[in-house]
Design a binder for this molecule. Sequence first.
Ligand SMILES: Cc1cc2nc3c(=O)[nH]c(=O)nc-3n(C[C@H](O)[C@H](O)[C@H](O)COP(=O)(O)OP(=O)(O)OC[C@H]3O[C@@H](n4cnc5c(N)ncnc54)[C@H](O)[C@@H]3O)c2cc1C
Ligand code: SF4
Length: 338
Amino acid sequence: MLRLPRFRIAFPTEYGEAAEMLADLGAAELDRARGTPSLRVMLVAGGTDLFPNMKRRQFTPEVLVSLARVRGSSRIESNGHLLIAAGATLTALSRNPLIRERYTALAQAAELISTPQLRNMGTIGGNVCLDTRCNWYDQSLFWRSAEGFCMKTNPDVVCRVATSSPRCLAVASADTVPALLALGAKVHFQDAAGAREVPIAELYREDGIRPTIVSQDEVLTDVTLPDADGWRSTYLKLRDRNAFDFPIAGVAAAVRWDGARVSEARIAITALGSRPLLVDAAAAPLVGSHLEDGAIVAAAEAVHKVARPMDNTSGTISQRKRAALVFTERALRSLRQA
Ligand SMILES: Cc1cc2nc3c(=O)[nH]c(=O)nc-3n(C[C@H](O)[C@H](O)[C@H](O)COP(=O)(O)OP(=O)(O)OC[C@H]3O[C@@H](n4cnc5c(N)ncnc54)[C@H](O)[C@@H]3O)c2cc1C
Ligand code: SF4
């Protein structure tokens, strides 16, 4: 049995207080060569991803700043647009009638994450800020030290998946993110100095070690989604075991109907590279179409072209690339008008 390392825990009651704690406690990095590329202080929400990572000594923070007691952190409010506070649980998202009806891809994505117990604890904030994953990295310290680690633990070591790669190729694995991309979400952060808003399409980087532009002293406070008038959306996921596995390919599609034609479209993918991606080239053939077969095939080919899975999750590269194409077709067909 893997045990948690020792840590202290703080319970702020406001996001601003949490941000100040991050700034005060410092972001100094510990010694990567020991195999624990830890930050001194980290945020924890539901802990469903962070605690397993800590048990594997992927992170060994001295202090955790828990968001569990932050006031108002689980609210979901609609006022034209939709506001979801970072601490809203995946269960709450998947059961919310408004999200199910108008932001369907998000409800479906939340419902497809792990198990009921983990969805009751896991939050949208933790999902948006989820670390990347890799078969070589998501292992115990004992396993990784026997292998001699890899670049994600120690920058002086090669990537074991592609030894000549200058960057870590670990995989973006959060299910709600492609849905949020397809639905045009913005994410809101707070640090000790103030707040900022970022379109979610600008949040992620093609880098398995630092997969987001979020600084270590920022707290995600809310996710907002624009009005969903005329939009229909869906999310499809490929995984090993439907009971609880992470995605090995995921496609979210959203189209806005204006009469019999599509006036806007967004297709986003996950688990097919280090960065969840909005595929702009897939939207072009859909706009102005009736979602006829030709437009759908062209969109699916555009997705297939940019999907770049590596051999570091379950499934084969060709299976996951093919899933990107087939799921795009299936998702778009399901969004046709009756
Ligand atoms: C067996 C198993 C199966 C899983 N399957 C899936 C799956 O299929 N799909 C999937 O997407 N996920 C899956 N997960 C991962 C996890 O359960 C979810 O991603 C969940 O949404 C994480 O939320 P959390 O609140 O528990 O995050 P935590 O574990 O608390 O945090 C995750 C990361 O986000 C950071 N963080 C949390 N909140 C904030 C915030 N407000 N601001 C800034 N940073 C923050 C933390 O510092 C940490 O780095 C699985 C986990 C397990 C153990
Ligand atoms: S992709 Fe390479 S560097 Fe990144 S975690 Fe996997 S083996 Fe390590």
